[in-house]
Design a protein around this ligand. Structure first.
Ligand SMILES: *Cc1c(COP(=O)(O)O)cnc(C)c1O
Length: 436
């Protein structure tokens, strides 16, 4: 007997979806939207294929073998596996050097290291792309905080984007002066409704900044950007970039960690800041996490592919219902984030309930808005993740403030992302907030 169809065919699939809570109207709506997405999905597939080869080439170049998965404890001296992982990251991202550590607790920490290690009292930090990500406000001292860069005598200046979302080159030229030591560029929109930047756009901005001041250090906040294009900012002239391992490059397997990569002298300073001057990169136990960090990087290109498909599907569904989405379903992808302007607190809550109810973990939990460290408005978060707070896993969140935009991201598999989007539609439908 040959089995050529799944049990029950489409009927069987729909029965299962119904059991998960997706009604027929939502299923039909989703199928209709999906039918028009072959072209953008094919573009995502091509990027993933390229990036898979990019990662494999970096693993092979460094002769990765099973001894590199050995655990280390205590000081972690002579940890060949850790050193090899860092060489693999550097090669994969076209950088001289990388620091990839479970002791870097999150993306904010990685960025804080890159900033605090390379800015000294009297130096100025410039953001030429408008306000930085919420948690960096306290790092920089825009909002006063113990240990901020401002407390250490580092000043900050910001040049906003022009109304059309492009760089204000005249403003940037005027803002760069002899004390401007470091320029920080955020690739992803974060909790803003501006576009995310392509690596090519970031490369142009960096060239411009260097033409104004050749020795200025250019740092890119690469959170959510890794593997969404075939190049990353260090391939395009960034001196440093930083990100989180519970986002794209951890591939969903890394249980914690962050990375900084770029110019060797600047990365070495980050290691001194993370550990202690003199100790630098020589210490740092891997705690047995290396298999997950290596394998997570190996899986990252296809995990990002799934997440990006989920983002495009979200955009296409909500666009069709008349909501403003950033980016639009046909626009190129520069990160895994999909913003949907839902227009009300109730709709944000319903959307997040849908994502939560599709989760493999904690699906029975109801997300509610609440305050969160590092953010100045209430945040709602849906996340039923294997790794707490992991946003390469299917998640949605946003600050409860106008225009009530929810930020959707992640999905270790495309089918899970799809279920999440369908459930979000179902919850909005049940709350009477949309009509299909
Ligand atoms: C997530 C994020 C950060 C901070 O990362 P955490 O891991 O949450 O600390 C910084 N910048 C951007 C653009 C981000 O998306």
């Amino acid at each position: 007997m040959t089995v050529t169809h799944i049990p029950g065919g489409d009927t069987g699939r729909n029965d299962l979806y119904r059991r998960l809570g997706v009604g027929d109207a939502v299923l039909a709506f989703g199928d209709g939207v999906l039918a028009a997405l072959a072209e953008p999905f094919a573009r995502v597939d091509a990027v993933a294929e390229y990036n898979q080869a990019r990662v494999i080439a970096a693993l092979q170049k460094n002769n990765v073998n099973v001894t590199h998965f050995n655990p280390s404890t205590g000081y972690g001296n002579d940890d060949g596996g850790r050193e090899t992982l860092e060489r693999v990251y550097a090669d994969c991202f076209g950088a001289e050097s990388a620091l990839v550590r479970p002791q870097i607790t999150c993306g904010t920490h990685a960025l804080y290291l890159a900033l605090s290690a390379n800015l000294l009292p009297g130096d100025e930090l410039l953001s030429p792309v408008g306000a930085p990500y919420d948690t960096l406000e306290e790092v920089i001292g825009i909002r006063p905080s113990a240990g901020s860069l401002a407390e250490y005598g580092v000043t900050y200046r910001q040049v906003d984007l022009l109304p059309d979302g492009s760089f204000d080159y005249d403003g940037i030229r005027a803002a760069i002066h002899e004390r401007t030591r470091l320029i920080t560029i955020q690739r992803s929109k974060g909790y803003a409704l501006r576009p995310s930047f392509s690596v090519a756009e970031i490369g142009e901005l960096i060239s411009f900044c260097k033409s104004c001041k050749p020795d200025v250090i250019c740092l890119v906040d690469n959170c959510y950007g890794e593997f969404t294009e075939t190049v990353d900012p260090t391939d395009a002239g960034a001196d440093l970039m930083a990100g989180s391992l519970i986002k794209n490059p951890g591939g969903g397997l890394a249980p914690t960690g962050g990375y900084v990569c770029g110019r060797a002298d600047l990365v070495d300073r980050c290691a001194c800041r993370l550990n202690a001057p003199g100790l630098g990169r020589e210490v740092g136990a891997n705690l047995g996490l290396l298999p997950l960090l290596f394998q997570g990087l190996f899986l990252a290109p296809t995990v990002v592919q799934s997440a990006v498909k989920g983002a495009i599907f979200t955009a296409a569904c909500y666009e069709k219902l008349g909501f403003r989405v950033v980016p639009g379903s046909a626009e190129p992808r520069r990160d895994i984030i999909q913003a949907v302007e839902l227009g009300s607190r109730e709709a944000m809550i319903a959307f997040c309930k849908g994502i939560q109810s599709a989760a493999p973990v904690d699906s029975y939990v109801t997300p509610v808005p609440s305050p969160m460290a590092g953010y100045d408005s209430e945040i709602i978060m849906a996340s039923g993740a294997f790794n707490q707070g992991s946003s390469i896993e299917l998640s949605a969140d946003g600050p409860i403030r106008p225009p009530y935009a929810v930020y959707f991201q992640g999905g270790l598999t495309w089918y899970h992302a799809k279920l999440g989007v369908l459930m979000s539609l179902q919850k909005l439908l049940e709350a009477g907030l949309i009509e299909l």
